[in-house]
Design a protein around this ligand. Structure first.
Ligand code: TXA
Ligand code: MG
Length: 310
C-alpha cells in the first residue's frame, strides 16, 4: 500500500516525474478527454496487477492500452484496412478500437486477460502530453475504486484512491466526461461494444445485441478462457497425473508466487496458464489462493477456467 500520492502539474517537470514513476512500475492517474485513467506500463505485469489491487477489482477484465501516436498503435495491434482508415489521419477523440494483438507487441497478458486481441486508443488532453513524454504503452481503466463512478476531476481521483496510487496529474476537468466508444474489428463487420461520445461514422457498424451496461468483456463469459487442460482448484497435494500450479508454501511443478505474494501471482497468472496451454498437459491442479485482495480476482479467473466447457 502506498502512503503518499504525489500531485503533479501538467508541465514539463510534472510530466517527466509521471513518466519516471511509470518507468519504475508505479501507478499514475492522468486526465484524458473522456475520464481520468489509472495508468501503468502495459509491458509490466506486476505494475498492471497493481492497478487491479488499487481499484480492488474483483475480476481481471481486459484493459485499454493508451499510446501517444497512431504509429505506436499500429506496432501493437494488427489493424484491418477498415480500422486503419478510421485513425490514419489522426486518432479521433473518445474512440477505442479492439483489434488482433501483434505477436511481438510486448504487451503483458494481464492487460488483455490472456486474449489475442487488444483495445487501443490515443487519448486527448493531458494524457496525450504524458504519452509523448513517456514513450511506452500505458494500460489504464478509469481511475476509480471498483463499483464507483468514473472520475472527471483530479479531486474525484483523490477522493477514491488517495494513498493507494503513486501520483495523480492535476489537469483540467475531462472535457467529455464519459468513457470512450469501443468498437471491435475482430469479426467480418465492426461491432459497437460500448456507447460513448466519439463522433465518427463507421460503415457497416453492427450494434452489439447486449443491452447497454451489460458486461462486454469476453472474459466475463464463464468458460471462455479455459485452458485446454481440466483444472482442479484448492489442491494442496496433486495427483501423480496432474501438473500442479503452486502458491506460497505449496511448491507445485511451477508456482504463481513462492513467497505467497498476491500481486506477483496476479502478474504471473495468464503467463503460466498460457505457457501450460502450449504443453501436452491434460490435468491441472492449483494450490489454494487466499480469497482476499487480488486473490479474489485470481480465484474468479481460476473458477472460470475450471468451469465446464460449452
Ligand atoms: O474512456 C475510456 O475508455 C477510459 C479512459 C481512461 O481511457 N477507460 C476505460 O477503461 O473506461 P475501463 O477499463 O473502465 O473499460 C475498458 C473496457 C472494458 O469494458 C473492457 O471489457 C473493454 O474495454 N476491453 C478492453 N480490452 C478488450 C478486448 N481485447 N476485447 C473486448 N473488450 C475489451
Ligand atoms: Mg470503469
Amino acid at each position: 500500500m502506498k502512503s503518499l500520492t504525489e500531485q503533479l502539474s501538467v508541465d514539463g517537470a510534472g510530466l517527466t516525474r509521471a513518466a519516471g514513476i511509470l518507468a519504475n512500475g508505479g501507478l499514475v492517474a492522468f486526465p484524458t478527454e473522456t475520464v481520468y485513467g489509472l495508468g501503468a506500463d502495459a509491458r509490466n505485469g506486476r505494475a498492471v496487477a497493481g492497478i487491479f489491487a488499487a481499484k480492488q477489482r474483483p475480476s481481471f477484465n481486459p484493459l485499454i492500452v493508451h499510446v501517444g501516436s497512431v504509429s505506436a498503435a499500429f506496432s501493437i495491434g494488427d489493424f484491418p484496412e477498415s480500422a486503419r482508415a478510421l485513425v490514419e489521419g489522426g486518432w479521433p477523440d473518445a474512440l477505442t478500437l479492439v483489434v488482433p494483438l501483434r505477436l511481438e507487441s510486448g504487451i503483458d497478458p494481464l492487460v488483455t486477460a490472456g486474449q489475442n486481441s487488444v483495445a487501443l486508443r490515443v487519448p486527448g488532453g493531458a494524457g496525450r502530453a504524458l504519452l509523448t513524454v513517456y514513450d511506452g504503452p500505458v494500460a489504464a481503466p478509469s481511475a476509480n475504486p471498483s463499483g464507483r463512478i468514473s472520475p472527471t476531476r483530479a479531486q474525484h481521483v483523490l477522493a477514491g484512491l488517495d494513498g493507494k496510487i503513486d501520483a495523480v496529474i492535476l489537469g483540467d476537468p475531462c472535457e467529455r466526461g464519459l468513457e470512450s466508444t469501443i468498437v471491435s474489428f475482430l469479426g467480418p463487420k465492426p461491432v459497437l461494444l460500448r456507447e460513448g461520445t466519439a463522433d465518427v461514422s463507421i460503415p457497416d457498424l453492427v450494434r452489439s445485441q447486449r443491452p447497454v451496461g451489460a458486461p462486454v468483456a469476453p472474459g466475463q463469459l464463464a468458460s471462455h478462457y479455459a485452458p485446454r487442460a481440466t483444472l482442479r482448484l484448492d489442491v494442496i497435494e496433486a495427483r501423480p497425473d496432474e501438473y500442479h500450479i503452486g502458491f506460497g508454501s505449496v511448491a507445485g511443478d511451477t508456482t504463481l508466487s513462492s513467497s505467497g505474494d498476491l500481486t506477483e501471482a496476479a502478474a504471473n497468472l495468464f503467463t503460466v496458464l498460457h505457457d501450460i496451454d502450449g504443453e501436452d498437459v491434460l490435468r491441472l491442479a492449483v494450490a489454494p489462493i487466499p480469497d482476499i485482495g487480488l486473490g479474489r480476482a485470481i480465484n474468479d479467473r481460476l473458477r472460470r477456467a475450471a468451469a465446464p466447457r460449452r
